[in-house]
Ligand binder design. Structure first.
Ligand code: PMP
Length: 369
């Protein structure tokens, strides 16, 4: 059959605030070196693969039934892991899980944002925060970061007082810059915020800095800490995110979540992955070492690299970031143009992948700098 042209988006009765919007679009390309979506490059071990397969096979026998709607077993395991990782005692009733932290953030906006409400974030940060705000019809208030791309806390306090957002996003370590917000600054933001504060800790395991979970007891009616198994946990394909907060926040998202949102397969696979947490997270130390090596290598080549406590680095300057991105791609290295003029973001990969990144960077530096 002949391809159908489609009527075009303009012909549809789309909600006004979505018109002219851009979909999330990290390119998914088959290239030898993939350093563009901040995944853990270490594949799961054979034992972990076998354990997940066995767990999923066990779940398969019950697929005629709906899964545990409240994922109590998984949340208990997540609470145990988070308690060990942060040193903050947490119970299952303080932990909620969903399909990736994207769904966690969406549920929070469904409950605390929405028409007539607003969400604030410090840009540049994770590109999904404004997209999720648009999807829930929450007005998005971007506040520019300081020249070094850290959060200017004085300016943030002023913006919070002026705009009074219902939701504040604080990403630490921040994507795409790698910056960490220390607990002192976080306290100032929490004190100044009139609404809830969602601390997006997607990259927390890569950082030696203390988790915002440390402040949960101090700010029970305000603070939500969002986490994911997609990054350090090497479980991006499994789609599992979670938050830690006062149990009342769990009650709040129960009002908006879809029933049975976490499939039996997802719950079983995530619990199996959690049983191997220690072994998986051993790769985090290797990646931190590689981040130091890549940073030093790029700096030696004359690049300016932002200090990062995550599994990626933002660096430059490039006279034309889009053109430089294409040059990396032509050389088989997929990194990310996050739209910051003159800068690109590269995920830290395996040693060989990082060597390739450094090689191509050296070639470009010879032309550019
Ligand atoms: N938060 C931040 C800061 C991220 O960088 C990402 C992934 N790019 C996410 C949340 C969402 O990840 P996921 O839905 O896979 O948990």
């Amino acid at each position: 059959a002949a391809p159908r042209p489609g009527v075009g988006l303009d012909a549809l009765p789309l909600r006004d605030n979505l018109r002219g919007g851009t979909a999330y679009g990290a390119p998914q390309l088959e290239v030898p070196v993939q350093l563009n979506t901040n995944e853990n490059p270490h594949p799961p071990s054979a034992e972990l693969v076998a354990d997940i397969a066995a767990a999923v096979s066990g779940a398969a026998a019950d697929l005629n039934r709906y899964p545990d709607r409240d994922a109590v077993g998984l949340r208990t395991d997540l609470a145990g892991y988070l308690t060990r990782q942060t040193g903050v005692p947490l119970d299952a009733d303080m932990v909620w899980a969903a399909n990736g932290s994207n769904e966690i953030l969406q549920q929070l906006l469904q409950a605390f944002g929405g028409p007539g409400r607003s969400a604030m974030g410090f840009v540049p940060s994770y590109s999904m925060h404004p997209i999720l705000a648009a999807g829930t019809d929450t007005r998005w208030i971007p506040v520019e970061r300081a020249a070094d791309l850290s959060i200017d806390i004085d300016a943030a306090e002023a913006a919070l007082a002026e705009c009074r957002p219902d939701v504040l996003f604080v990403t630490t370590p921040n994507n795409p810059t790698g910056h960490v917000v220390d607990l002192g600054d976080l306290r100032r933001l929490l004190d100044a915020a009139p609404g809830i504060v969602v601390v997006d800790e997607a990259y927390a395991e890569f950082s030696p800095s203390p988790s915002a979970c440390t402040l949960l007891a101090e700010y029970p009616a305000k603070l939500v800490v969002s986490r994911t198994m997609s990054k350090a946990f090497a479980f991006a394909g499994g789609r599992l995110g979670y938050f830690a907060a006062d149990p009342s926040f769990v009650e709040a998202v129960l009002l908006v979540r879809l029933p049975y949102h976490l499939s039996m397969v997802t719950q079983a696979a995530a619990r199996a992955a959690l049983r191997h947490a220690e072994e998986t997270l051993a790769s985090v130390a290797l990646l931190a070492d590689e981040r130091k090596r890549v940073t030093a290598g790029l700096e030696e080549q004359g690049y300016d690299v932002l200090p990062s406590e995550a599994n990626f680095v933002l660096y430059g300057p490039f006279t034309d970031a889009a053109r430089a991105w294409q040059r990396y791609l032509d050389a088989g290295v997929l990194i990310r143009d996050v739209g910051i003029p003159g800068r690109l973001r590269a995920t830290i990969g395996l040693e060989k992948e990082n060597d390739r990144l450094l090689q191509v960077s050296a070639d470009l530096a010879a032309e550019e700098l």
